[in-house]
Design a protein. Structure first.
Length: 247
């Protein structure tokens, strides 16, 4: 017991919660018949590896976990995945909409709302800033095919993003960076308190919002996938650093 206490005292790191997807067990390659109708929670391991590289401890948050989990965490990642249901921002679905989970939408919006209320450091990735924007009253471009970038390696840059000088991103990345791109949706009308601090430059779709901050909150969002870029990515390090200070 003394050894364990000493280990954790010397290696304490902030706990970073990471959201995932919930699917039917039928999505498994070969589910046993008796369990095919059960729910499974799915998490992409690169988010956890990115948190570890940045000095944090990842904690998976299955859908339906009580919101009180945030009181035990030091930071939050709203991960990518399913499209946000267009009904949430008053639109009919585009033909390219796929994989909508209104159950996940409701849960993560409630999770995000609680995170805002307690000033929990939060990073949204891909779907993450889209969900943030919709929750705060904004809308989405339902299909931006020029940004999917799925023909090459997942860490291959597709375009550049320029950051506002007074933004968190300018501080941690500099004036601009090259990013990968796997999203087929983007931010349109901005919600209350959503600050567009990074935009696409050099094509495709110059001016598309790619990075946001939430006014007066330790909350940022990016449309690219920093967890796939290798190394200790600056925005994930920012999250872990803010979480460490909050803890």
């Amino acid at each position: 017991m003394i050894v364990a206490v000493g280990f954790y005292a010397e290696h304490m790191a902030p706990l970073i919660g990471i959201t995932g997807e919930q699917k039917s067990a039928t999505s498994l390659v070969d589910p046993v018949e008796i369990i095919k109708d059960l729910d499974i929670d799915v998490f992409y391991g690169d988010y956890a590896r990115a948190v570890v590289r940045a000095g944090g401890l990842p904690v998976w948050i299955p859908v339906d976990t009580p919101l009180a989990v945030l009181e035990r965490l030091d930071g939050l990642v709203l991960s990518g995945g399913d499209d946000v249901a267009p009904a949430a921002y008053g639109q009919e679905p585009h033909p390219e909409i796929a994989g909508v989970s209104e159950h996940r939408d409701r849960y993560e919006r409630a999770l995000f709302d609680r995170a805002l209320a307690i000033d929990l450091p939060t990073l949204g990735v891909c779907r993450g800033p889209q969900l943030m924007n919709v929750h705060l009253g904004g809308t989405l471009h339902q299909h931006v095919p020029a940004h999917t970038g799925w023909d090459g390696p997942l860490d291959a840059p597709l375009h550049r993003v320029a950051f506002d000088r007074d933004s968190v991103f300018h501080e941690i990345y500099g004036p601009e960076i090259a990013v990968n791109s796997l999203h087929h949706q983007g931010l349109a009308d901005l919600g209350t308190g959503v600050l567009p601090v990074g935009r696409t430059i050099g094509g495709p779709d110059d001016g598309l919002v790619e990075a946001i901050q939430i006014a007066d909150k330790p909350v940022v969002g990016v449309q690219w996938h920093p967890e796939l870029m290798g190394g200790a990515d600056p925005v994930v390090c920012w999250l872990v650093s803010r979480a460490d200070r909050a803890a």
